[in-house]
Design a binder for this molecule. Structure first.
Ligand SMILES: *Cc1c(COP(=O)(O)O)cnc(C)c1O
Length: 423
């Protein structure tokens, strides 16, 4: 069947999530395909941020316990709202810190090299910040990251093979840190299987959920995942620098935080101001200091939308609209040097299409000049993310038509084929 604009419009008319599009600030004459890097502002997120500012205006210091969104309980309240998105109970999730800070906290807490088990297992395709954090944590323990950080190799530079990861779960491994979804290729790792294999060997396992939270459902508790951390500014639309998320499995409650601070206190005890910490009996124990209230506030509105839309519906549309994009690329651009660098099967692909081309850097610049916002990942990847909550099928159709025109007219040739400072 030929894919046409008419067909795209028909898909839009029957899209049950279509009504959420008008809740977002979408710039006229631009098509935003970068919601996997920074999600767009919604009117509800704007409202809850302004309400929090107003709480400050009205209540001053009393905003901690009074006002519309009392700040003292905000991290816990957001953890409760976020728990269904990761498949955990409310007390297993807290909204605090940032991705990298939360990783430091979790490694400081759960990496306990002992006997033969000294090493950390990660992978060679993961996000660099995670690797930097792990290397520095190993150094703090007096280990050389060159020998004690094991990185599972990719066979093709795009994907990881679960078999290779399991094979690397040897008896000298203390801790495993893996992404849920790879940030370039969008591959979903089989978290359930990897967790079962790690549990069997007595190795703790934690996941970086930056690219999956808000895009795909998770069952962290049921799978027995030990801990996880993620950012809330990508698919969750929490805004630039939005406060991150952290999950700790109930079975670990009571484990003393590696990086302690007074916001990890049992809330009843916090203002007793004792010099002996009484940690919260929940994931809240892994908070450190005063939360960044104004970077938490937009999440209240942003998460309301997820609650209403339902993560299962979001995943269903995400799969369908990403497939539509892949099919259109094949129909319209099959002989122009592109290849699809994300997995083909639904169970293995996350929320974006990873389009590879040797001129990718300057094709991205030409797309921007034409009002399309993609993102580029060196050396050759154009990431395009049709987002379930606010991207329409008609927009996807248009993106591919514009890309085709850019290629036919060689519009990209006027730009240098190198990345910008923020790519
Ligand atoms: C975006 C992203 C990060 C970013 O970490 P911050 O501490 O929020 O800057 C880390 N890991 C992955 C996999 C990411 O995609």
């Amino acid at each position: 069947m030929e894919l046409t604009l008419e067909y795209a419009k028909q898909l839009d008319r029957t899209d049950s999530l279509n009504r959420f599009r008008e809740e977002f600030y979408i710039k006229p004459n631009t098509i935003y395909m970068d919601g996997n890097s920074l999600g767009l502002l919604s009117k509800r997120a704007e409202r809850t941020l302004l309400e929090s500012l107003n709480d400050w205006k009205e209540h001053g210091i009393d905003g901690w316990t009074k006002g519309k969104h009392p700040w003292f309980f905000l991290s816990e309240r957001l953890g409760e709202m976020m728990a269904p998105l990761v498949g955990a109970s409310s007390d297993e999730v807290i909204v605090t810190g940032s991705t990298t800070v939360n990783l430091h906290q979790l490694v400081a807490t759960f990496y306990k090299p002992e006997g033969k088990k000294l090493k950390i297992l990660a992978d060679e395709l993961t996000f660099p910040s995670d690797i930097y954090a792990l290397q520095s944590q190993l150094r703090i323990h007096g280990f050389d990251p060159d020998t004690h950080l094991i990185r599972v190799k990719s066979r093709d530079g795009r994907f990881l093979d679960e078999e290779d990861i399991i094979e690397a779960m040897t008896e000298d491994i203390a801790l495993i840190i893996l992404p849920t979804v790879l940030y370039r290729s969008g591959q979903i790792l089989d978290m359930k299987r990897l967790t079962a294999e790690a549990n069997k060997r007595g190795i703790l396992i934690g996941f970086d959920g930056c690219h999956s939270i808000g895009a795909i459902p998770h069952s962290f508790s049921e799978w027995g995942v030990d801990f996880a951390y993620w950012c809330n500014y990508k698919h969750l639309n929490g805004g630039p620098g939005s406060v991150g998320g952290l999950y700790v499995n109930k079975k670990h409650f009571g484990t003393a935080p590696g990086l302690a601070g007074w916001f990890g206190s049992n809330k009843e005890k916090q203002f007793d101001m004792e010099h002996r910490l009484t940690p919260a009996e929940s994931a809240g124990a892994y908070q450190i200091g005063t939360p960044h209230v104004l970077s938490l506030a937009p999440l209240l509105g942003a998460l309301e939308i997820f609650e209403e839309a339902g993560i299962e519906n979001i995943r269903e549309k995400s799969l369908k609209i990403n497939r539509f994009l892949m099919d259109l690329l094949e129909q319209e651009l099959s002989d122009m040097g592109f290849s699809i660098g994300n997995p083909e099967e639904d169970v293995r692909r996350g929320g974006h299409v990873s389009l590879e081309h040797k001129e990718a850097a300057r094709i991205c610049k030409a797309l921007k000049e034409n009002g399309i916002i993609p993102d580029f990942r060196a050396p050759n990847i154009i990431r395009l993310a049709p987002v379930a909550l606010y991207t329409s099928y008609s927009e996807v159709w248009e993106v591919v038509q514009i890309l085709k025109k850019i290629m036919e007219e060689r519009q990209y040739e006027k730009f240098a084929n190198e990345r910008e400072v923020v790519a």
